[in-house]
Design a protein around this ligand. Structure first.
Ligand SMILES: O=C(O)CCC(=O)C(=O)O
Ligand SMILES: [Fe+2]
Length: 348
Protein backbone atom coordinates (compact mmCIF):
# COMPACT_ATOMS: atom_id res chain seq x y z
CA UNK A 1 0.00 0.00 0.00
CA UNK A 2 2.79 2.44 0.94
CA UNK A 3 4.60 1.50 -2.22
CA UNK A 4 1.71 1.28 -4.64
CA UNK A 5 -0.45 4.16 -3.42
CA UNK A 6 1.97 6.73 -2.13
CA UNK A 7 5.35 5.95 -3.58
CA UNK A 8 4.43 4.87 -7.08
CA UNK A 9 3.28 8.28 -8.35
CA UNK A 10 6.45 9.89 -7.00
CA UNK A 11 8.71 7.21 -8.38
CA UNK A 12 6.98 7.32 -11.74
CA UNK A 13 7.44 11.04 -12.04
CA UNK A 14 11.07 10.97 -10.94
CA UNK A 15 12.29 7.71 -12.48
CA UNK A 16 9.98 6.53 -15.22
CA UNK A 17 12.14 3.70 -16.58
CA UNK A 18 13.17 2.25 -13.24
CA UNK A 19 9.70 2.41 -11.73
CA UNK A 20 7.93 0.82 -14.67
CA UNK A 21 6.29 -2.31 -13.27
CA UNK A 22 7.73 -1.75 -9.79
CA UNK A 23 6.02 -4.26 -7.55
CA UNK A 24 8.57 -6.03 -5.42
CA UNK A 25 9.96 -4.49 -2.32
CA UNK A 26 12.15 -5.18 0.64
CA UNK A 27 12.08 -3.12 3.85
CA UNK A 28 14.41 -2.78 6.75
CA UNK A 29 15.47 -0.41 9.50
CA UNK A 30 18.90 1.10 9.95
CA UNK A 31 20.10 2.47 13.25
CA UNK A 32 23.21 4.43 14.13
CA UNK A 33 24.49 5.31 17.57
CA UNK A 34 27.91 6.40 18.86
CA UNK A 35 29.88 3.41 20.09
CA UNK A 36 27.74 1.00 18.04
CA UNK A 37 27.03 1.20 14.31
CA UNK A 38 28.20 4.72 13.49
CA UNK A 39 27.71 4.93 9.73
CA UNK A 40 27.49 2.99 6.50
CA UNK A 41 30.27 2.45 3.97
CA UNK A 42 29.77 3.87 0.46
CA UNK A 43 27.70 1.53 -1.67
CA UNK A 44 24.92 1.15 -4.17
CA UNK A 45 21.67 -0.53 -3.22
CA UNK A 46 20.33 -3.78 -4.51
CA UNK A 47 17.17 -1.88 -5.35
CA UNK A 48 16.04 -0.03 -8.43
CA UNK A 49 14.63 2.82 -6.36
CA UNK A 50 15.16 3.43 -2.64
CA UNK A 51 12.96 5.28 -0.19
CA UNK A 52 14.80 6.33 2.95
CA UNK A 53 12.64 7.88 5.70
CA UNK A 54 14.00 9.26 8.95
CA UNK A 55 12.00 8.06 11.95
CA UNK A 56 14.13 9.83 14.55
CA UNK A 57 15.34 10.02 17.23
CA UNK A 58 17.56 12.98 18.09
CA UNK A 59 21.02 13.11 16.57
CA UNK A 60 23.81 15.18 15.10
CA UNK A 61 25.94 14.11 12.15
CA UNK A 62 24.83 10.94 10.36
CA UNK A 63 24.32 12.83 7.10
CA UNK A 64 23.80 10.92 3.86
CA UNK A 65 26.36 11.64 1.16
CA UNK A 66 25.65 11.02 -2.51
CA UNK A 67 28.35 10.53 -5.13
CA UNK A 68 27.60 9.65 -8.77
CA UNK A 69 25.60 6.98 -10.57
CA UNK A 70 27.64 3.81 -11.18
CA UNK A 71 27.56 4.29 -14.92
CA UNK A 72 28.82 7.81 -14.53
CA UNK A 73 32.52 8.51 -14.89
CA UNK A 74 32.11 10.76 -11.89
CA UNK A 75 30.60 8.08 -9.68
CA UNK A 76 33.37 8.60 -7.14
CA UNK A 77 32.97 12.36 -7.01
CA UNK A 78 30.95 13.96 -4.22
CA UNK A 79 27.62 15.33 -5.33
CA UNK A 80 25.49 16.19 -2.35
CA UNK A 81 25.24 15.75 1.39
CA UNK A 82 21.73 15.40 2.72
CA UNK A 83 20.99 16.14 6.35
CA UNK A 84 18.28 13.77 7.58
CA UNK A 85 15.38 15.27 9.48
CA UNK A 86 12.87 13.29 11.46
CA UNK A 87 9.69 12.85 9.43
CA UNK A 88 11.30 13.49 6.06
CA UNK A 89 12.28 11.00 3.38
CA UNK A 90 14.62 10.84 0.41
CA UNK A 91 14.04 8.90 -2.80
CA UNK A 92 16.98 7.91 -4.94
CA UNK A 93 18.05 5.39 -7.54
CA UNK A 94 19.61 2.21 -6.18
CA UNK A 95 22.55 2.68 -8.49
CA UNK A 96 23.36 6.06 -7.00
CA UNK A 97 26.48 5.65 -4.88
CA UNK A 98 25.82 6.78 -1.31
CA UNK A 99 26.90 6.24 2.26
CA UNK A 100 25.92 7.31 5.76
CA UNK A 101 28.48 9.59 7.39
CA UNK A 102 29.42 8.92 10.99
CA UNK A 103 26.96 9.92 13.66
CA UNK A 104 28.31 12.45 16.14
CA UNK A 105 25.79 12.16 18.95
CA UNK A 106 22.39 10.68 19.70
CA UNK A 107 20.66 7.98 17.70
CA UNK A 108 19.28 7.91 14.15
CA UNK A 109 16.72 5.36 13.01
CA UNK A 110 15.59 5.21 9.38
CA UNK A 111 13.09 3.11 7.50
CA UNK A 112 14.38 1.91 4.13
CA UNK A 113 12.19 0.54 1.36
CA UNK A 114 13.86 -0.94 -1.70
CA UNK A 115 11.63 -1.20 -4.75
CA UNK A 116 12.46 -3.44 -7.66
CA UNK A 117 10.86 -3.94 -11.02
CA UNK A 118 11.14 -7.25 -12.84
CA UNK A 119 10.18 -5.55 -16.04
CA UNK A 120 12.96 -3.00 -15.73
CA UNK A 121 15.47 -5.71 -14.76
CA UNK A 122 14.65 -7.64 -17.91
CA UNK A 123 15.25 -4.58 -20.06
CA UNK A 124 18.28 -3.48 -22.05
CA UNK A 125 18.28 -0.24 -20.06
CA UNK A 126 18.96 -2.21 -16.86
CA UNK A 127 21.98 -3.94 -18.40
CA UNK A 128 23.45 -0.61 -19.38
CA UNK A 129 22.63 0.92 -16.02
CA UNK A 130 24.58 -1.70 -14.11
CA UNK A 131 27.79 -1.29 -16.09
CA UNK A 132 30.47 0.27 -14.00
CA UNK A 133 32.35 3.21 -15.34
CA UNK A 134 36.01 3.55 -14.53
CA UNK A 135 37.26 7.08 -14.22
CA UNK A 136 40.75 8.38 -14.65
CA UNK A 137 40.25 11.22 -12.17
CA UNK A 138 41.19 10.59 -8.56
CA UNK A 139 38.13 9.95 -6.39
CA UNK A 140 36.89 12.20 -3.62
CA UNK A 141 37.91 10.35 -0.44
CA UNK A 142 34.39 10.46 0.96
CA UNK A 143 33.13 8.54 -2.09
CA UNK A 144 35.42 5.59 -1.52
CA UNK A 145 34.00 2.27 -0.45
CA UNK A 146 36.10 0.14 1.88
CA UNK A 147 34.08 -2.90 0.87
CA UNK A 148 34.23 -2.44 -2.85
CA UNK A 149 37.10 -0.21 -3.92
CA UNK A 150 40.41 -1.96 -4.26
CA UNK A 151 42.26 1.39 -4.27
CA UNK A 152 40.71 2.60 -0.99
CA UNK A 153 44.00 2.47 0.92
CA UNK A 154 45.73 4.53 -1.76
CA UNK A 155 43.66 7.51 -0.64
CA UNK A 156 42.52 6.78 2.90
CA UNK A 157 43.99 4.96 5.87
CA UNK A 158 43.17 1.31 6.27
CA UNK A 159 40.27 0.75 8.69
CA UNK A 160 40.72 -1.28 11.82
CA UNK A 161 38.42 -4.26 12.13
CA UNK A 162 36.33 -2.42 14.73
CA UNK A 163 36.04 0.67 12.53
CA UNK A 164 35.10 -1.41 9.52
CA UNK A 165 32.42 -3.27 11.44
CA UNK A 166 30.97 -0.06 12.85
CA UNK A 167 30.55 1.22 9.29
CA UNK A 168 28.83 -1.87 7.95
CA UNK A 169 31.81 -2.99 5.87
CA UNK A 170 31.49 -6.50 4.45
CA UNK A 171 34.77 -7.73 5.84
CA UNK A 172 34.50 -11.15 4.21
CA UNK A 173 34.42 -9.50 0.78
CA UNK A 174 37.44 -7.36 1.64
CA UNK A 175 39.35 -10.34 3.01
CA UNK A 176 38.54 -12.47 -0.02
CA UNK A 177 39.88 -9.72 -2.26
CA UNK A 178 43.05 -9.19 -0.23
CA UNK A 179 43.63 -12.92 -0.10
CA UNK A 180 43.39 -13.07 -3.89
CA UNK A 181 45.96 -10.32 -4.32
CA UNK A 182 48.37 -12.36 -2.28
CA UNK A 183 48.27 -15.33 -4.60
CA UNK A 184 50.73 -14.79 -7.43
CA UNK A 185 48.73 -16.86 -9.94
CA UNK A 186 44.94 -17.06 -10.08
CA UNK A 187 42.51 -19.48 -11.70
CA UNK A 188 41.20 -18.10 -14.97
CA UNK A 189 38.04 -20.16 -14.84
CA UNK A 190 36.90 -17.92 -11.96
CA UNK A 191 38.70 -14.64 -12.51
CA UNK A 192 38.49 -11.82 -10.02
CA UNK A 193 36.75 -8.68 -11.11
CA UNK A 194 40.08 -6.87 -11.45
CA UNK A 195 40.63 -8.69 -14.75
CA UNK A 196 38.52 -5.85 -16.15
CA UNK A 197 40.72 -3.07 -14.90
CA UNK A 198 44.24 -4.43 -14.38
CA UNK A 199 46.37 -5.81 -17.23
CA UNK A 200 46.15 -9.58 -17.01
CA UNK A 201 48.64 -12.15 -18.19
CA UNK A 202 46.67 -15.24 -19.19
CA UNK A 203 48.38 -18.55 -19.77
CA UNK A 204 46.21 -21.21 -21.43
CA UNK A 205 47.24 -24.80 -20.75
CA UNK A 206 44.00 -26.71 -21.34
CA UNK A 207 44.39 -30.12 -22.87
CA UNK A 208 48.13 -30.40 -22.27
CA UNK A 209 49.57 -33.44 -20.49
CA UNK A 210 49.83 -32.86 -16.72
CA UNK A 211 53.64 -32.82 -16.65
CA UNK A 212 53.65 -30.07 -19.29
CA UNK A 213 50.96 -28.09 -17.48
CA UNK A 214 53.00 -28.35 -14.32
CA UNK A 215 56.18 -27.19 -16.01
CA UNK A 216 54.60 -24.17 -17.69
CA UNK A 217 52.62 -23.31 -14.58
CA UNK A 218 55.90 -23.20 -12.65
CA UNK A 219 57.38 -20.86 -15.25
CA UNK A 220 54.42 -18.54 -14.88
CA UNK A 221 54.63 -18.77 -11.11
CA UNK A 222 58.28 -17.72 -11.09
CA UNK A 223 57.49 -14.72 -13.18
CA UNK A 224 54.41 -13.81 -11.12
CA UNK A 225 56.33 -14.08 -7.86
CA UNK A 226 58.83 -11.57 -9.09
CA UNK A 227 56.10 -9.02 -9.84
CA UNK A 228 54.46 -9.76 -6.51
CA UNK A 229 57.68 -9.18 -4.62
CA UNK A 230 57.57 -5.54 -5.68
CA UNK A 231 54.08 -4.92 -4.30
CA UNK A 232 52.83 -4.79 -0.72
CA UNK A 233 49.82 -7.00 -1.28
CA UNK A 234 49.37 -7.45 2.46
CA UNK A 235 48.52 -3.75 2.63
CA UNK A 236 45.91 -4.20 -0.05
CA UNK A 237 48.01 -2.89 -2.92
CA UNK A 238 46.91 -4.34 -6.22
CA UNK A 239 49.70 -5.81 -8.34
CA UNK A 240 50.29 -3.83 -11.56
CA UNK A 241 49.67 -7.03 -13.49
CA UNK A 242 47.59 -10.04 -12.51
CA UNK A 243 48.56 -13.54 -13.58
CA UNK A 244 45.97 -16.13 -14.52
CA UNK A 245 46.27 -19.73 -15.60
CA UNK A 246 43.71 -21.87 -17.42
CA UNK A 247 43.98 -25.60 -16.84
CA UNK A 248 40.47 -26.65 -17.96
CA UNK A 249 38.17 -25.16 -20.60
CA UNK A 250 35.64 -24.27 -17.92
CA UNK A 251 34.04 -21.12 -16.47
CA UNK A 252 35.41 -17.96 -17.98
CA UNK A 253 38.20 -19.68 -19.91
CA UNK A 254 36.50 -20.00 -23.33
CA UNK A 255 35.39 -16.39 -23.28
CA UNK A 256 38.78 -15.05 -22.23
CA UNK A 257 40.39 -17.20 -24.90
CA UNK A 258 38.09 -15.70 -27.47
CA UNK A 259 38.79 -12.17 -26.24
CA UNK A 260 42.49 -12.87 -26.43
CA UNK A 261 42.11 -14.33 -29.91
CA UNK A 262 44.08 -17.47 -29.11
CA UNK A 263 43.16 -21.02 -30.10
CA UNK A 264 46.25 -23.14 -29.45
CA UNK A 265 47.53 -24.63 -26.22
CA UNK A 266 49.80 -23.49 -24.69
CA UNK A 267 49.01 -19.87 -25.42
CA UNK A 268 49.91 -16.66 -23.69
CA UNK A 269 48.18 -13.32 -23.99
CA UNK A 270 48.09 -10.10 -22.01
CA UNK A 271 44.63 -8.58 -21.85
CA UNK A 272 43.90 -4.96 -21.12
CA UNK A 273 40.12 -5.24 -20.99
CA UNK A 274 39.60 -1.63 -19.91
CA UNK A 275 41.79 -0.35 -22.72
CA UNK A 276 40.23 -2.92 -25.10
CA UNK A 277 43.67 -4.10 -26.11
CA UNK A 278 45.44 -7.41 -26.22
CA UNK A 279 49.05 -8.48 -26.67
CA UNK A 280 49.66 -11.96 -28.01
CA UNK A 281 52.81 -13.93 -27.34
CA UNK A 282 54.03 -15.17 -30.68
CA UNK A 283 56.88 -17.41 -29.58
CA UNK A 284 56.84 -21.20 -29.38
CA UNK A 285 59.28 -20.99 -26.51
CA UNK A 286 57.52 -20.90 -23.15
CA UNK A 287 60.68 -20.75 -21.13
CA UNK A 288 60.44 -18.44 -18.08
CA UNK A 289 63.05 -16.03 -19.45
CA UNK A 290 61.23 -15.65 -22.76
CA UNK A 291 57.85 -15.17 -21.12
CA UNK A 292 59.41 -12.73 -18.71
CA UNK A 293 60.89 -10.62 -21.46
CA UNK A 294 57.43 -10.53 -23.10
CA UNK A 295 55.88 -9.19 -19.89
CA UNK A 296 58.75 -6.76 -19.33
CA UNK A 297 58.36 -5.43 -22.87
CA UNK A 298 54.66 -4.97 -22.19
CA UNK A 299 55.34 -3.05 -18.99
CA UNK A 300 57.82 -0.86 -20.81
CA UNK A 301 55.22 -0.11 -23.45
CA UNK A 302 57.25 -1.81 -26.16
CA UNK A 303 54.66 -4.30 -27.38
CA UNK A 304 52.36 -3.75 -30.29
CA UNK A 305 48.73 -3.82 -29.15
CA UNK A 306 45.86 -5.38 -31.06
CA UNK A 307 42.27 -4.38 -30.42
CA UNK A 308 40.35 -6.88 -28.30
CA UNK A 309 37.19 -6.29 -30.25
CA UNK A 310 38.72 -7.48 -33.53
CA UNK A 311 37.97 -11.04 -32.53
CA UNK A 312 35.01 -10.63 -30.23
CA UNK A 313 33.69 -14.14 -29.83
CA UNK A 314 29.93 -13.88 -29.76
CA UNK A 315 27.89 -11.91 -32.26
CA UNK A 316 25.90 -10.37 -29.41
CA UNK A 317 29.00 -8.67 -28.07
CA UNK A 318 29.61 -6.77 -31.24
CA UNK A 319 26.33 -4.99 -30.86
CA UNK A 320 27.03 -3.96 -27.30
CA UNK A 321 28.99 -0.91 -26.22
CA UNK A 322 32.66 -1.53 -25.41
CA UNK A 323 32.10 -1.71 -21.67
CA UNK A 324 29.81 -4.66 -22.21
CA UNK A 325 32.92 -6.74 -22.63
CA UNK A 326 33.45 -6.38 -18.93
CA UNK A 327 34.12 -9.77 -17.40
CA UNK A 328 32.50 -8.94 -14.12
CA UNK A 329 29.77 -11.09 -12.73
CA UNK A 330 28.57 -8.97 -9.87
CA UNK A 331 27.78 -5.41 -9.01
CA UNK A 332 30.75 -4.71 -6.83
CA UNK A 333 29.12 -1.67 -5.38
CA UNK A 334 25.83 -3.11 -4.31
CA UNK A 335 25.78 -3.89 -0.70
CA UNK A 336 24.25 -4.39 2.64
CA UNK A 337 22.07 -5.78 3.85
CA UNK A 338 21.39 -7.83 0.76
CA UNK A 339 24.11 -9.69 -1.08
CA UNK A 340 25.45 -8.35 -4.34
CA UNK A 341 23.45 -9.79 -7.21
CA UNK A 342 24.31 -10.59 -10.79
CA UNK A 343 24.73 -7.60 -13.04
CA UNK A 344 23.85 -7.11 -16.63
CA UNK A 345 27.50 -7.60 -17.47
CA UNK A 346 28.64 -10.70 -19.25
CA UNK A 347 30.11 -13.85 -17.80
CA UNK A 348 30.83 -16.06 -14.85
O1 LIG B 1 21.44 5.63 6.74
C1 LIG B 1 21.12 6.05 5.65
O2 LIG B 1 20.59 7.14 5.50
C2 LIG B 1 21.40 5.21 4.44
C3 LIG B 1 21.10 3.78 4.60
C4 LIG B 1 21.42 3.01 3.37
O3 LIG B 1 21.95 3.50 2.45
C5 LIG B 1 21.09 1.59 3.24
O4 LIG B 1 20.67 1.00 4.24
O5 LIG B 1 21.23 1.02 2.15
FE1 LIG C 1 21.85 2.26 0.72
Amino acid sequence: MLQQEYLMPLMASLYRTESDGCEDHHCFIVRYKAGEDVGLDMHEDDSDITLNACLGKEFTGATLTFCGLVTDEKHRKMQYTYAHEKGRAVIHLGRHRHGADDIESGERINFILWSTSEKYRASEAYKLHRLRSSAADPPDPICLSYTHDRDYTKYRPKLSKAEALSRGVMLEAVERRLDMYQRPVLDLSRPIEEINSVPSVCLFLEGLPPYRQHQLFQNLMEMAKEVHASVDTAEGQVPPIIFFVALQPSGAVPQVRALGGVTSSPALVILDVDGEKKYRFNSEDFDTAVMQSFVTSFREGKLQAEPISSEAPEPAKQTQPPEAQSLSSGTPGSQSPAEARGSGCTLL
